[in-house]
Structures are given as C-alpha cells and as structure tokens.
Design a protein around this ligand. Sequence first.
Ligand SMILES: [Cu+2]
Length: 433
Amino acid sequence: MEPTSRRGVAAVIRLLTVTFVLVLSLAAPARAHVVASGAELQVTQTFAEGEVTLVIAGVSRVPAPLRVSAQAVAPSGTRLDLELRSLTDASRSSGSVTVGQGAAELPAGHTGPHELRVRAGDETAVIPFQVVTADVAFWDMLLDGAFVAVGLLLVAGVLTGRLSRPIVGGASAAAAVAVVVMLLQPYLSPVRAEGGRPYALGRFSTLPARPATGEEFTLTLRLADGSTGRPVDDLAVHHEAPAHVVVTSSDGGVFRHVHPLRTAPGVLTVRLRVPRPGRYFAHAEIERQGSGGQLLSGTFEVSGAPEASGALEGSGAFEGSGALEDPGGARPGIEAREAAVPRLTPARPTRAGPVTIEVSPEGPIQPWLGMPGHLIVRSADGTHLAHSHGMRAGGSALRFTLTLPEPGRYLAWAQYATGGRLVTLPFTVEVDR
Ligand SMILES: [Cu+2]
C-alpha cells in the first residue's frame, strides 16, 4: 500500500472509531411513558377512592383506538372518566372505564405526545405519554442494525489485521446510515433521552399546612430541576408508577405506601388521612428519564387527638396501614397484620453484610407494582429509607435481601397482595455493629 493511502485508511479508522463511540454513547433510549406496538404502559395512582393501575395498550398504527383499562388489587367498582388529549393538535376523545371491568377505547389520530386525564370523584390525574407506532420502531431497528454493523466491521478489521476495501467500505456505509438516522431521529421518534439529568429538588407540603387527625389532607410534592429550577416533568415510570411515596409517623405506628397523582408539570399530590398526631416523614422515590433513581424526603406535623380505632392501636406493636386506621374504609382492601416476626438470616444482622428476610404469605401472591413483594425499611430517626423487592423462594415464601448501612433499630414493612387484599406486615430489624 502506498504511504499516502495508508494514512488515508488510518484517518478513516480514526473517524469510524470516533463515530462508533459517539453513536454508542448517545444511544441510551429511555422507553418510559411510551405506548408502542406490543408494549403497554402501566401507571399506578392513588386516588382517595383507592389505588388504581391504568393500563394503556400499545398500538401498531394510527389512527386506531387506544385501549385503556383500570386494574386494582381490590377492584372497587369505581368509575373513572377518561379524556385523551393530543398535545400536537389539541384533538380530544373521551370515555370511561370501571376499575376491574373492561376497557375504554379512545381514538388516537396520530403519534406523538399525548395526555390521559383520569378523573375519579373530584380528583384528576394527568398522565403524559407518547404514542409510538411501528414506523418509528422500524427506524430504531435500522439505527441499532447500523451500530452493530459498524462495530462488527471494525472488529473484523482489527482481527484480520488489515483493512480490506470491503471492510472499510462496509463500515463507512453502516456509519453513514447510523449518522443519518441519528440526525433524523428527533423527527422520527418523539422520545429519545439525552442521557443524565440534573438532580431534582423536591419540596413536600400539606394542605392544610397543619393537618388534623382523622381529617383528609393533601400531601404535595413539588419537583424542580436542580439546574434550571423549572418543574421536573420527565419522570420515568418505574415499578409501575412515576413516584412511590412512603409516609410514616415518626414512631412507625402509621404507614402509607402511595402513588401520588401528577396534577400538573412537576406537581404530585395524594390525599391522606392519619389517625395519630405528631411528626411524620414523607419519602419519595423517583427516577428521571435517562437518569438514576433518587430519594427525596420531607417532614410534616399532624395535630389533634389520637383516634381510637383498631385492635392493633393499643397492642404496643407498631402497625401497618389502612382499614384499621380508616374505619370508614377510605382504602378498601388494605389490611394490617399483627406484628409478626419474619425469618431473618443472620438472626442478628450486622452492617457489614446483607440480611435475608423471609416472609410466609397467607395465600397465593397476586402481582402488585410488577413484583411479588415489596419491603420498605426506615431507620428509627427517619433519615434512611430502603426499598427492596421480594423474590419467590421455594413454595410460597417471599424473600428479600438487603444491607443496612448503620447499626441500630430499623422499622420494616413487608407488603404483598393476596386474595384481592394488600397485606402490610410490620416488624423491626436490629442491626449490630
Ligand atoms: Cu410504590
């Protein structure tokens, strides 16, 4: 080979390598909040009437009816009014669905950004999402195929120790396809995350500012971008909800695991009622699209006299959530259990190693939030909150594994669904040095 042409080949290799690395680093698509062919979007929201998982089925082409159904661990028969809005041309369609029964079909005229407004009683959640069809999936496939081709051809070139004309030509062609598709991507696909997002700042507040025992209040979480200060409206749906909020009284006697409604960009709200006065902790687990998870926390005070309700109240053990504290049945289907002692291995965990916690459910487990079981662990002072997912372990047992970083006493709640009820099992874990 002539020295000049060798230099030319070297330049091509450098260019291709840079292109390949660049393309790979940019290719981190977030598929959250997307309704695409063969995929469905599941969004869990806690209304005052109860918890509902909205299931929006994917479409393979438009125009087509978008099927929306509503599921619940304890189907309440609540009627939800639905309105589908296109943010591209403001077209609207509406319908209604009953929790646990059938589906609504809302005509969708085109792809792109949409909002589903869900009304239960006087509460309205607004769920933003993208309608994506097979056309876009084709461009994604082409892009992925082009990356793979560039990579394989480069590897072939390195392995054979020479860059034959077909390899250089093939890699150049594949790289050209990748670059063209990438440049066109914003026009082809409405959703493509650009990578990490700044930290979200979260502020909890209550309305009224000082809630009273036994009275309904609204807990609001406002999310602002840590860099621009603008509302954060790019939450990814993880474990079937854009946000998981845990509210506990400081002594752990009251526990709520809820999924607030997105009422406006960066605003999440949930209505609660608690039976005991005192200091409460609110912890929220969120995940911005294309970023990692984040835990936000806040506190609020509840005034008034303790409500006399439920057998567990006076038992000395701290209790789970739900029906026992809300005799009116604001959360149908949620049950608290007597404080039971699940099996811990080792029996006295240390902060150095993981602890395995095994729970024996009362019956066959129903899926809830995409997992067989959830375990929430809070440090006694409320500064640390961990969330772990249960796996089925031999027979019907549920097994959780986690490591607690500091010695001390932790309050824990294992949750699972069975027989149309959500069971909350409270217990404590002592961690040795
Ligand atoms: Cu959750």
